[in-house]
Design a protein around this ligand. Structure first.
Ligand SMILES: O=P(O)(O)OC[C@H]1O[C@](O)(CO)[C@@H](O)[C@@H]1O
Length: 653
């Protein structure tokens, strides 16, 4: 029997007599064919209406034969094998395969989509040449230049990329070798990295660390990727005395993301409390002249590396954002870049069936009717790729989840991504995928090499642990397909810097092409701004609530003050106090005017915010703040609230 690696070197249209493994699930042939979905290149409106029709049809059927028939998925094993071989994409140098045979697109569909793909290829070509591909923000989109600087549209950008890469590698080498040392560590060298960043400034480094960091990296990495104080405390506590030998890498393109700023402030406090000088251990990756950049210059941090305006957060893995943490962990960043560059090259062909990113986009379009009607479940059967789905979730959903298309039409586009890893998830949600609501298609990530050579052994005659993992993947793929659940399979030989670089590049391009197919801007994220703005408004409201409560307390302060010999207690107003600083204040222990939530809202002049005010009060009352709420949280109207004892600095006790 031919091994798969010997098949690797033959062309995709293999006619070999390789014996076909008996399918684990018996597949049933459906004789009914379903007509092509589109008679000509579909407009978005057409696809949406077809999607609606299909789902209406499905909901009207009684789940016997029609669902299978409507899908038109090939079920004859010989025909399926032919489809597999005909459509199998292989990248010889990368050892990467893409199997799209278990997605049911028809030849007519491919033909009808062809003009759209040609337009998408053109758009990608323009983008790579430096077009303003992010029109809303007036920006170029240049992450492809990062792995091939000579593609950059001018020599200045080219040299910026090269200089940064050199600087990253030099710095990492010097840290790893101990040439750059922490000032006061008994170890005499840096032993840990604490990466502070969120979204695209965390997910790539997290994925790559999980996938590629050696068992004993020169520096172990930890992440603070949230403004959860308990989570931050946990990371700092876990470091313990190792804080003295920790390199803190703060990553923020904008340099003003609140979660990252808060993480930094918390870490700086921990440094102060440990008697350490933060600036000597701090590194920043940010855009020039950002708030963070200015802080770094003023405080004189150990190092700073640039993020470029033309690289988006979610496509920044091959910039300093991903490369510095990787290099510090001993990961070969040149190989990551090489893998990405090879994949980019393959994705430049305008022949759809030879272009792996376009094939992915085709499958996404087919499976989700071009409107995100089905979710993409990502299932890597390899523990080290656990975070790939989380990484893809941002890459795909922040890029494709858009309200308006490029022409300003409301389209509410997107593609939902979730997943974890196999076979673990077979014991969680695969039951529903196999038999329950049919609202997804799967992406299997298969890794051929089970473990490094020389370590394998047979758990039972002829069967290794890795064979089980393989069987679980193949079995799940077959079982899903037998029940008309479509899937894509991406296969790599091993999880290496090169294959990980290639996977990143493959999905980056697939997102770009798909965005062109559905005519949206993949490179902005206006929806996130709305959430950030709303969060700012909540904090502003919290300040108003505190001011109102403070005033309620101050207005009725009891004071004693002296006129000559006499001392007379009296109640005065704040304004009087301000006018007469000679008064001797005596703060009362008990407040005199507890307020209902309605009263607080009224005094804030925002009665419409009453629910938020209640939540603010409940949160502060649960968190050792000066605010005291009496009554039952279950009946918000019963609550009366006041400020407790103040300390000299402000409002909180
Ligand atoms: O790198 P920054 O500017 O801190 O942004 C972090 C993340 O926030 C977003 O802007 C919005 O979630 C992402 O696109 C980005 O990756």
């Amino acid at each position: 029997m031919a091994s798969l690696s010997s098949l690797c070197s033959s062309s995709p249209s293999i006619k070999s007599q390789t014996s076909i493994a008996k399918p684990l699930v018996i597949l049933r042939k459906d004789s009914v064919t379903f007509p092509t979905r589109f008679s000509k290149t579909p407009s978005l409106v057409q696809t949406q209406s077809v999607a609606r029709e299909i789902s209406a049809d499905l909901s009207n059927t009684n789940d016997v034969v029609p669902k299978k028939a409507k899908n038109g998925l090939e079920k004859d094993p010989r025909e399926l094998w032919k489809r597999y071989v005909d459509w199998l994409y292989q990248h010889k140098e990368l050892g990467l395969y893409l199997d799209v045979s278990r997605v049911g697109f028809t030849d007519e569909f491919v033909e009808e989509m062809e003009p759209r793909f040609q337009a998408a290829f053109k758009a990608m070509e323009e983008l790579e040449k430096g077009a303003i591909a992010n029109p809303d923000e007036g920006r170029m989109v240049g992450h492809y230049w990062l792995r091939k600087p000579e593609l950059a549209p001018n020599s200045f950008l080219k040299s910026q990329i090269e200089t940064t890469l050199d600087a990253v590698r030099k710095f990492a080498d010097e840290v790893v070798s101990g040439k750059i040392k922490p000032p006061s560590s008994p170890e005499g060298r840096f032993t840990s990295i604490l990466s502070v960043g969120i979204g695209g400034s965390a997910l790539g480094p997290q994925f790559v660390a999980e996938a590629l960091a050696p068992d004993n990296p020169p520096l172990k990495i930890r992440f603070i990727d949230n403004t959860d104080p308990a989570g931050i405390d946990h990371q700092i506590a876990q470091l313990g005395p190792e804080l003295a030998s920790t390199l803190v890498v703060v990553i923020s393109k904008s340099g003003g993301t609140p979660e990252t700023r808060n993480g930094l402030l918390e870490v700086q406090k921990a440094f102060r409390e440990a008697g350490l000088e933060f600036a000597k251990q701090g590194v920043a990756i940010t855009q020039e002249n950002s708030l963070l950049d200015n802080t770094v210059r003023i405080e004189g941090w150990l190092a700073r590396f640039p993020m470029f305006d033309w690289v988006g957060g979610r496509t920044s893995e091959m910039s300093a954002v991903g490369l510095l943490p990787a290099a510090l962990q001993g990961i070969d960043v040149r190989e990551m870049l090489a893998g990405a560059s090879l994949m980019d090259e393959a994705n430049r062909t305008t022949v759809l069936r030879n272009n792996p990113a376009a094939l992915l986009a085709l499958c996404w379009y087919w499976a989700s009717d071009g409107v995100g009607s089905k979710d993409m479940v990502v299932l890597p059967y390899k523990d080290s790729l656990l975070l790939f789905s989380r990484y893809l979730q941002q890459l795909v959903m922040e890029s494709l989840g858009k309200e308006f298309d490029l022409d300003g039409n409301r389209v509410s586009q997107g593609l939902t991504v979730y997943g974890n890893k196999g076979s673990t998830d077979q014991h969680a949600y695969i039951q529903q995928l196999r038999e329950g609501v049919h609202n997804f298609f799967a992406t299997f990530i298969e890794v051929l090499r089970d473990r490094p050579p020389g370590h394998d052994w047979e758990l039972e005659p002829g069967v290794t642990c890795g064979d089980y993992l393989f069987g679980m993947l193949q079995g799940t793929r077959s079982a899903l397909y037998a029940n008309d659940r479509e899937s894509v399979t991406v296969t790599v030989q091993e999880v290496t810097p090169r294959s990980v670089g290639a996977l990143v590049a493959l999905y980056e391009r697939a997102v770009g092409i798909y965005a062109s197919l559905v005519n949206i801007n993949a490179y902005h994220q206006p929806g996130v701004e709305a959430g950030k703005k709303a969060a700012g408004e909540v904090l502003a409201l919290q300040k108003r609530v505190l001011a109102v409560l403070n005033e309620a307390r101050m207005v009725f302060l009891t004071v004693s003050f002296s006129y000559g010999e006499e001392t007379q207690p009296e109640v005065v107003k704040t304004s009087t106090l301000e006018l007469n600083p000679t008064l001797e204040l005596m703060f009362c222990k008990e407040p005199v005017e507890p307020l209902t939530i309605d009263e607080v809202a009224e005094r804030c002049h925002t009665p419409e915010d009453i629910e938020m005010i209640y939540k603010i009060i409940a949160h502060m009352a649960a968190n050792d703040r000066a605010l005291i709420a009496e009554g039952s949280c279950g009946s918000p109207r019963s609550i009366k609230v006041y400020l407790g004892e103040c300390n000299v600095d402000g409002l909180y006790a």
